[in-house]
Design a protein around this ligand. Sequence first.
Ligand code: NAP
Length: 276
Amino acid sequence: MSTARPSQVIVITGASDGIGAELARQWARQFGAKAALVLAARNEALLHQVASQCRESGAFTQVVATDVSDPVQCRQLISLAGAEWGRIDMLVNNAGISAQALFEDVQPDDLGWYEQLMRINFWGSVWTTHAALPWLKQSRGRLVAVSSLAGLIGVPGRTAYSASKFAMTGFFEALRAELRTPGVSVTTAFPGVVATRIRHHGLNAAGQPAGSSGLREDDAMSVETCARLIAQGALRRDREVVMTAKGRLGRWLKLLAPARVEAMALAALKDDVKPR
Ligand SMILES: NC(=O)c1ccc[n+]([C@@H]2O[C@H](COP(=O)([O-])OP(=O)(O)OC[C@H]3O[C@@H](n4cnc5c(N)ncnc54)[C@H](OP(=O)(O)O)[C@@H]3O)[C@@H](O)[C@H]2O)c1
């Protein structure tokens, strides 16, 4: 019996669906038996499906049901991964939810979901990263943060989401400098619109699943392309992966002509969700 141990232990949050699941499948294909994919999210049945797809490519897998809005579960995820494999080479902070609501449409009693969204999109990354740091320093590993173009440019109808993604962007930018000497790279990814179900189960003004997307999705990027760009950027230890030409342009145009960027952001909304 082979006693070979995987040399790439990769923990991915939000691995039950969308970008996280696709990243796991792509790395499983790329590394085969050299990889152990530690898959975390709330839906355990879906995680097992993704794990079985990864094992078909020869990779090792571990499923850890995790709600990243709970700091205890974030710490447990990392300690179970470390105990199982004896190392952690990469942590991908990808779990996230979306929301679509004009701020003035949110009733005072419903503002609690702003806090919950922040716990999932931002605090979940902070808690998981903090627990993983000793392992990543030991392996001179990699941290990945899946932010969003909404973490570079404020998007109307997405005040909660943009706030959570700006928080991620700032946190990981500061942490990147702190981790220079220990040699842990931090790659922040800024996807634009990607063809997943995130906006359909995102929240509406009342904090309930919206059931539909408020964005024009005609030229959405495929989840395969998005995951490939993140995977490449992480392995190259790139600082940032800004995914679309529009995103790269918007970022610089914002410094020169912010009103023009606001107009572009408004144009991305469907008519029925535009500010009145
Ligand atoms: N799709 C886009 O257009 C787009 C654009 C920019 C940025 N992003 C970012 O990319 C990341 C992945 O999004 P996606 O499009 O792949 O969305 P998705 O298909 O809806 O997948 C989201 C993943 O996050 C997990 N998740 C949600 N809440 C969680 C919680 N409390 N604890 C643990 N896991 C949780 C979900 O699993 P469970 O439900 O099983 O927990 C699922 O695996 C997100 O951070 C998102 O903000 C997406």
